[in-house]
Design a protein around this ligand. Structure first.
Ligand SMILES: Cc1cc2nc3c(=O)[nH]c(=O)nc-3n(C[C@H](O)[C@H](O)[C@H](O)COP(=O)(O)OP(=O)(O)OC[C@H]3O[C@@H](n4cnc5c(N)ncnc54)[C@H](O)[C@@H]3O)c2cc1C
Length: 470
């Protein structure tokens, strides 16, 4: 059953009354101007003012704080990075271990900051049931995934293989053949985190402006659509999957659409059948990504099956159709047989995430132009944006930390040198269609119980695609 038919974001609905920040007007000087009021922009401002409280920092947001992916994601804060293999695969074992320890601590640090700053963002570290195998053919793939995590540098005790019965004790998936339990993942209420962070920044004297879209961005200078002008030593572009209007990132960070639903709060009797007692986040081994978690107020928040729009520009309209909601509701019913057939969905919404051409996150500060940017999280940006925002702030003030020495940090490079351009359309769209058709074919073969040469070769081809884009 679907009780909602348009854009209705559960996180916005349940975050309480947001503060309202003024529209930027007039001419101003600042030390740092940050374009984009999502996690990346806000964390950058948070660490700038932590490290150098005397800095004049301004955040300019085109819509309202949290309008982008930060206010509309699945709420997973993951102690890993999309593209980690590409970032650290060449490092020696000790260095890889040190990076993975940083990534684990990054999640804990979000918990520590929210506690210290009294931001009630429902932070809960319940780990994740990573890529539950729903078909026997996926078991080997998922065990290899666990081996790869450990080879990369994560501790074996943090990546535990659960076989079918052990998995069933934590979550009652239909046909759950096994999953990796990855300890370093927390769930958060992303909108409460965004709003709480903005409040803390305002108390520190950061100037936040909403409905202040930057239309011109150049070294040391930005202009908003209504003519407000800022001169600053550093300009940080933190627009990720919403980078459409600014020349700076153009074809370097592409927008991919992702859709999420939330159910009504479920009864204890239903939860007894579904499991997820310690509120771990979960996803299944499907290539098209079905993921979710149990919210603090007992709902299932569930995202599935993003899509690449021709042109790769973000949608500002986040409406989701009844058919899109119903498709995700059906996927959820298929995933958990303990859910009632008349499961009510109360919220459904979409958002845009950013994909960089080299499929890895980055924090770049160009000392020659004062321009900086961070992003490229590929759908795993809740914790990564904290890490990249912190790194960006440290690079700007010239701190030497484990983060500024990490491979995602670029302290002395032009943005164009680090971020490659995507191929022109329709090549990108055709590639996305091919990959998504191939992923769909695998799903359908597995569902039909096919186990022959065709299934194996489609899975091998998809392993290849996944190695390129994950
Ligand atoms: C549906 C969905 C589900 C997701 N689920 C997860 C998840 O569970 N776990 C996870 O780790 N990651 C997830 N992600 C990814 C994660 O949410 C993002 O990577 C992260 O929030 C990016 O933060 P950001 O601050 O860099 O960008 P955003 O939050 O997108 O912020 C960019 C901001 O820039 C503003 N902006 C754009 N242009 C201008 C301009 N010209 N002037 C001023 N402001 C401008 C936009 O309005 C926007 O508010 C998900 C993303 C989506 C869309």
């Amino acid at each position: 059953m679907t009780a909602v038919d348009s854009a209705c974001n559960y996180w916005v609905d349940s975050a309480g009354e947001p503060d309202v920040w003024p529209v930027a007007e007039g001419r101003h000087d600042a030390d740092v101007v940050i374009v984009g009021g999502g996690f990346t922009g806000l964390w950058t401002a948070y660490y700038l003012t932590t490290l150098r409280p005397e800095l004049a920092v301004t955040v300019l947001e085109a819509e309202t704080v949290g309008h982008g992916a930060s206010g509309r994601n699945g709420g997973w804060a993951i102690g890993n990075l999309a593209g980690l293999e590409r970032l650290i695969g060449d490092l020696d074992r000790t260095a890889r271990h040190a990076i993975c320890a940083q990534l684990a601590d990054n999640v804990d640090e979000i918990g520590r900051v929210t506690a210290r700053e009294a931001i009630d963002a429902d932070f809960h570290k319940g780990g994740t049931l990573d890529a539950a195998a729903r078909y026997p053919q996926q078991v080997a793939m998922q065990k290899a995934h666990r081996d790869a995590l450990i080879e990369l540098g994560h501790a074996p005790e943090d990546c535990v293989w659960l076989d079918g019965p052990a998995l069933a004790e934590r979550a009652a998936f239909r046909d759950g053949y096994g999953a990796v339990f990855f300890r370093h993942t927390a769930s958060v209420h992303p909108m409460k985190l965004v709003l709480g962070l903005a409040r803390v920044l305002a108390q520190r004297g950061v100037a936040i402006s909403e409905h202040s879209r930057v239309r011109y961005l150049a070294p040391h200078h930005v202009i908003t659509t209504n003519g407000a002008q800022f001169n600053a030593r550093h300009i940080v572009q933190a627009t990720e999957g919403y980078s459409e209007c600014l020349a700076g990132l153009g074809r370097r960070v592409l927008s991919v659409r992702s859709l999420v639903i939330a159910t009504e709060p479920l009864s204890e009797a239903v939860w007894a059948r579904v499991g997820l007692g310690d509120r771990p986040t979960f996803c299944d081994a499907s290539r098209v990504i079905n993921y979710g978690h149990r919210s603090r107020d007992g709902r299932l928040v569930f995202g599935a099956r993003g899509a690449y729009p021709l042109g790769g520009t973000p949608k500002q309209d986040h409406a989701i159709t009844p058919a899109e909601i119903e498709m995700r509701r059906r996927l959820l019913l298929d995933l958990f047989p303990g859910l009632p057939e008349d499961l009510v969905v109360t919220h459904g919404w979409g958002g845009s995430l950013g994909l960089s051409r080299r499929f890895r996150p980055h924090a770049i500060v160009d000392p020659h132009t004062g321009l900086a940017t961070a992003g490229g999280y590929a759908g795993e940006g809740v914790a990564a944006s904290h890490l990249m925002g912190r790194t960006t702030a440290e690079l700007i003030v010239g701190e030497d930390t484990p983060r500024t020495r990490a491979p995602w940090a670029h302290a002395d490079a032009a943005i164009d040198q680090v971020l490659a351009r995507w191929e022109p359309e329709p090549l990108r769209w055709l590639a996305a269609q091919t990959i998504s058709a191939s992923y769909g074919a695998e799903e359908s073969l597995l569902r039909r119980g096919c186990d022959g040469a065709l299934t194996r070769s489609v899975m091998r081809a998809n392993d290849g695609f996944a190695a390129i884009i994950e």
